[in-house]
Write a protein that binds this ligand. Sequence first.
Ligand SMILES: *Cc1c(COP(=O)(O)O)cnc(C)c1O
Length: 391
Amino acid sequence: MASPFAWLEPALNTLQRAHWSRQPTPSGAPAAMVSVGEPPRPLINFCSNDYLGLANHPKVKAAAIHAIEQWGTGATGSRLLSGHRPLHQQLERAIARWKGTEAALVFSSGTAANLGTIAALVDQRDLVLGDAYNHASLKKGARLSHATFYEYPHNNVAALAQLLETHRCHYRRCLILTDGVFSMEGDVAPLEEILAIAEAHRAMVLVDDAHGTGVLGINGAGTLAALGQSSPTVIQMGTLSKALGSLGGYIAGSQALITYLQHRASTWIYSTGLSPADTAAALAALEQLQTNPTLRQALEERIQQLEVGLQELGWPVLPRPFPTPIFCLPAPDPVMVLQWRQKLQEAGCWVAAVRPPTVPFSRLRITLRADHTPEHIEQLLAALAALLKRC
Ligand SMILES: *Cc1c(COP(=O)(O)O)cnc(C)c1O
């Protein structure tokens, strides 16, 4: 009799033929220079989301080690049972102060924060509208919620307004989902316009600020802070796993929202609390962000340098209201983008090749770090110039 898993081999073959197959590459401790692959080779790291270099910062590491010594390695239970430590409350209060909200709640990942929050807020009686380029966890959350879900073209506020005009009146609640800084494009959502039409249509807005967190706005408080926007209709989601160098996700908003999530967000209720080390690392990283503005200044200088250099080379750069550390260089197809990545690697630069189905079109994704030197950026620009010449 055929194995019930006989479909796996043909499914994998299909992925292979579409040039969609992928595998993780081992790499060393996060830094501007990192050893990559087997055998390991030192490359300039244009691949990580550790924008400020906090994942390997001495004070952040010391805080995590101290927390393990004091509290052990695991939280040992869900927050509502045995898994709640004073550290969790300290971190949630620090996030709320930093974001300027009444309260905050930390989840074991950004993905868990999105899935749990969306499914807690809306169900089959409700409407969800999301940007077509949103992160996979927002899209998955919308589908798991059983709400009616429509996507609007990337950053197209007119299309969003049209969907609201047509559909809003048929549903009980409405939730609009958007990345703040788009994770694979590096551009920024028009939040001012989105918040205005959301208010006009009595819609909630969830801004996923995984990549604005720590990078944009005063003290790195995120995209809304950078735009000078605040609104009672907005739910701010972010991760502890990118610029904060730890692991976990958060939701910041009103006290009523946070209390509701503690009763209804299944990924929070039925999951073990964040580990003491991750919690303490995030707290220490938050402290660094607020007391050490030189990290963000250094990052901004490198972003500026790469933007100017790409313009000089004639690579088109997506327009964006502020500098973000994510650069998207579109490639003609998945085969070409893999060749580009290989050439850049030979030139000493580690860059991500991101392909469908993760994104709608293949591209190089370049991310910058505060600890890159001007010479690192020059080396990347020289390697990109050589690629252009070959094409
Ligand atoms: C990384 C990311 C997430 C998920 O966060 P994790 O903490 O890695 O689970 C959610 N949204 C966006 C936009 C992201 O880039």
